[in-house]
Ligand binder design. Sequence first.
Ligand code: BTN
Length: 257
Amino acid sequence: MLTCFNGSLARLTATKHYTVDGWTVHHYPVAASTNLLAANLPAWSAVCADVQTSGRGRFQRRWVSDKGGLWLSAVIPVDANRSSAQALPFVVGLAVCDTLREMTVNGLRMRWPNDVLIENRKLAGLLLDQFSPGLAVAGTGINVFNEPETADTKLRGQTVRLADLLSSPPELSELTAHVLGHVRRALAELERLGFQSLLPRLNALWGTARKVELDLDGQLRRGVFTGIDQSGRLLLVDESGAEVRYAAQQVRHLQEI
Ligand code: BTN
């Protein structure tokens, strides 16, 4: 089903191809989902679209992808046998935050694993897919000039856009180049120096310790989220005061309470 869907989409032609920081970028006016279009592309390809008609969020949610936002997917080589594979969702989140900070966005924080927020409003979200062995697709959505709360009134009060935060938000092509550049550099740092090199910057992005409820595949656990460790495990101080560590695969969902 997925292959067929994606195959038919792949027949749509990209209007532009260009290279930036070692990435080959394919730009489409409309895509169902840039992650699906990226599924058959080689490493260091990227797909962006002006509009996504079936933008995909985490937990099978719909991701509102109206015109004016950045909808971008990057194809990244991964070695499943290496610990750096576990770090990928965090490293891409960090790269997105580095980009936004470079653009002078203040007050950014991350919510585990990689939602990018200003206070409690969502500025950017990431969805990592693996469609084929050895390649991950990292999809990034950033609200820029788009109007998600007009496109879907259920989102009222839950989103924020760069246009709300900056007097002159970047053009989408400029933002694309910066995100891809930061992803490339963060991956190079991961490869060269390991996850521990990126960890302090990442852990600084979670903000103040927050009370959370974890869904561990149906089992709920409450406590205070304090960050992640060198192996990418989530650190929780539980209600008895003990520190517990959970591998990312064990945690279906984290809700701030
Ligand atoms: C989330 O926070 O739920 C993740 C949202 C991810 C959205 C991006 S937009 C580009 C890429 N294509 C998709 O269909 N989804 C991701």
